[in-house]
Write a protein that binds this ligand. Structure first.
Ligand code: G6P
Length: 364
């Protein structure tokens, strides 16, 4: 079947807009009657370590998942980009699992990393969008993300579907390892059920974001800051922006700003701070104030409580609905994607086919 833009100007716009629907599909697939319905064999009881390997956007999904597996399930995790993992030849325990995340399931480096891990770990698990792909076929256990065909080179709906499946896996790991009792697990699953609705809310920011993007399009450099699971989101926001608008962008951990990147800050550098009002909020705000003291133009992306507490003096603010901590990284992907999309539109670059990039990289 031919995939159409269905009235959207770009595949990327269509794929951003589809997220509430495809996330709902993924949730329906993996949650049944209010309980987790993950594949047989996904039992984390005796797993001692998880090694997550991917490239690009999928590697940022892995970095978010590390926070979840470690904090919710108490399961130690390592995250590697595939091209480093395979040549470093890391020692792997036979009680550990290796987890490969790939939209296409054909990325050469990720596939080679999988083949390296095969036979050295207790189980090779994959999270792919293409269920018939090499990576899915060569793993012991393959979890489809059900995002549907993704055409835009810059990954959007695959990223949030990867995160959704990884969140469900982390909850399963927590339950298997005695870290989450029945009612607590049910509460998380009920939270996840609200995600499509929250995403629909976030999508309504498109107009405000298009307006902000007109100014971002003038920038030479843009910094993204986040803490905790928002740190990988900051890196994903920067990657999205550079992929399609060709503006230099970097994602940094808020707390690391003072160890280098703060030297870049002046009135010409927009700094995008992704900070829901969570337990780390105050810390991020103090990093944000360091930026403002150096006349950096701050765009604060937070919820109502966060914008009320710290929005004063910011160049711009964007208000998302308040969300449970587990959902925040998935929800905050939407403004990151929309910022990149609208900045690219303002610059007039080719959103769906950015220069020098390929959707699926099957060479090393
Ligand atoms: C390419 C794409 C990226 C993607 C990466 C990994 O570089 O341009 O958007 O994140 O490959 O792709 P995969 O299919 O393995 O998720």
């Amino acid at each position: 079947t031919r995939i159409e833009k269905a009235g959207y100007k770009h595949f990327m716009a269509k794929e951003i807009a589809e997220q509430p629907v495809v996330i709902a599909d993924a949730l329906r697939h993996y949650i049944s009657g209010g309980a987790l319905a993950l594949p047989e064999g996904l039992d984390f009881t005796s797993v001692d370590r998880l090694t997550l390997v991917a490239c690009g956007t999928a590697s940022y999904a892995c970095l978010v998942a590390k926070y979840w597996f470690e904090q919710i399930a108490g399961l130690p995790c390592e995250v590697d980009i595939a091209s480093e993992f395979r040549y470093r030849e890391p020692p792997l325990s036979d009680r550990s699992w290796a987890l490969f995340v790939s939209q296409s399931g054909e990325t050469a480096d990720t596939l080679a990393a999988l083949r390296y891990a095969s036979g050295k770990v207790a189980k090779v698990v994959s999270v792919c969008n293409v269920p018939t792909s090499s990576i899915a076929r060569e793993s012991d256990l393959a979890l489809p993300i059900l995002a549907g065909v993704e055409v835009g080179v810059a990954s959007t709906k695959a990223f949030t579907c990867q995160l959704t499946v990884l969140a469900l896996m982390a909850l399963k790991a927590a339950a298997d390892r005695g870290r989450l009792d029945g009612p607590a697990l049910a509460a998380h699953l009920a939270d996840l059920a609200t995600l499509p609705g929250l995403m629909n809310h976030a999508l309504r920011l498109a107009g405000d974001i298009a307006h902000i993007a007109e100014e971002l399009a003038e920038a030479q450099d843009i910094l993204f800051l986040g803490r905790g699971p928002m740190f990988p989101l900051a890196m994903e926001g920067a990657l999205k922006l550079k992929e399609i608008s060709y503006i230099h962008a970097e994602g940094y951990a808020s707390g690391e700003l003072k160890h280098g990147p703060i030297a870049l800050i002046d009135a010409r550098v927009p700094v995008i701070v992704m900070a829901p009002k969570d337990t780390l909020f105050e810390k991020t705000v103090s990093n944000m104030q360091e930026v403002m003291a150096r006349h950096g133009k701050v765009l604060l992306i937070s919820d109502m409580a966060g914008v009320q507490a710290a929005g004063m003096g910011c160049w711009q603010t964007l208000t998302l609905p308040a969300a449970p901590a587990l959902l925040a990284p998935i929800l905050y992907a939407i403004p990151a994607q929309l910022l990149a999309y609208h900045t690219a539109i303002a610059k007039g670059t080719d959103v769906d086919q950015p220069r020098n990039l390929a959707k699926s990289v099957t060479v090393e």
